[in-house]
Design a protein around this ligand. Structure first.
Ligand code: GRG
Length: 305
């Protein structure tokens, strides 16, 4: 029978781990992003404003936690992890724009376009995406082949086919229209899931995981990515704007296709829990020390923000 860590232990352990890794990721991001002394200062201010507005750093933490299982070197994990956070932050800045979700609150602060204007927010998103690939091109490693593989994984996850931008396009196209369960899953596997799956895979690749372990962890990443979105839909309905750091209740108000709209609160909760357990079981298939990844899966569905 599958052995899951106890809920309390998982959540207390993970809090400490997250705090430590958030500090480390932030220190690296501080070094990797252009300074506000560099010209033109305003774009660097906007990039830093949104990056350091206080995200959970879930994607970088997934890369680090997975890489650590295989003894991957910190000097390789951290730049790759930070590049994912840059891409994630770019997607949030662009998603909040008037032409997309038109939101004025993100990570508990005014959104980038509210603070810096629309033109600069578009450019800050573009610049973070570019900086992510600069970071990936520039980090040192003795294993150039592995580095190209990591770069390709991240480019694919940020692209259009079964990936971030493609998912966003589908999401926009289905707004206000009837949707089936499989279509909703396709959207979210791409929009939210691709980057989360990729975060896990690149950690494993940097650590030199075997094909079997990579397959098991890919399944973990896919299930955790979907669980993240189901939990996000639930939080949109049950959490406050203060807890979320963004406008709560927005999905229902804008007739978005969500798991709660399709399956109800209880159905969506059941689905999140099932995906979490499947993610944990997939991680355990590696036979490695995956308690932390299992705790992260639990955190994903039990979080309040
Ligand atoms: C605009 C290219 C482009 C893509 C947009 C990912 C995405 C696609 C948009 C972000 C908006 C959104 C609501 C996405 C669903 C995924 C999600 C809930 C993102 C928020 O991630 P968290 O909770 O945020 O990890 P923090 O602030 O903690 O980093």
């Amino acid at each position: 029978m599958t052995q899951f860590p106890s809920k309390t232990k998982a959540l207390s352990e993970i809090k400490e781990y997250f705090q430590q890794k958030i500090r480390q990721v932030d220190q690296w991001l501080e070094q990797l992003l252009p300074t506000t002394e560099q010209t033109p200062a305003t774009i660097h201010e906007a990039m830093r404003y949104s990056t350091f507005a206080g995200g959970k750093r879930l994607r970088p933490i997934l890369t680090i936690a997975t890489g650590e299982i295989f003894g991957a070197p910190e000097q390789e994990l951290l730049p790759v992890a930070c590049s994912l956070e840059m891409i994630h932050t770019y997607s949030l800045i662009h998603d909040d724009l008037p032409a997309m979700d038109n939101d004025d609150l993100r990570r508990g602060m005014p959104t980038c376009h509210i603070k810096f204007g629309e033109a600069l927010a578009i450019l800050a998103g573009d610049a973070l995406l570019t900086q992510a690939f600069l970071t990936l091109a520039d980090y040192s490693t003795a294993n150039a082949e592995r580095k190209v593989r990591v770069l390709s994984e991240i480019a694919h996850a940020a692209a259009t086919t079964k990936a971030l931008i493609g998912g966003q396009v589908l999401d926009i196209q289905f707004e206000g229209k009837p949707i089936t369960g499989p279509m909703l899953e396709e959207i979210h596997r791409a929009k939210t899931g691709a980057l989360i799956r990729c975060a896990v895979r690149v950690g494993a690749i940097i650590g030199g995981a075997s094909d079997d372990d990579l397959a098991a962890l890919t399944e973990y990443g896919e299930k955790a990515g979907l669980a993240f979105q189901v939990a996000d839909d639930l939080l949109d309905e049950i959490a406050t704007s203060e807890e979320l750091g963004k406008t709560a209740g927005k999905d229902a108000a804008s007739h978005k296709a969500t798991y709660t709209a399709l399956y109800g609160l209880a159905g969506a909760r059941q689905m999140a829990d099932r995906l979490c357990e499947e993610a944990m079981a997939a991680a355990q298939r590696t036979g490695k020390e995956t308690q932390l990844l299992e705790a992260i899966a639990r955190f994903i569905v039990e979080r309040r923000s």
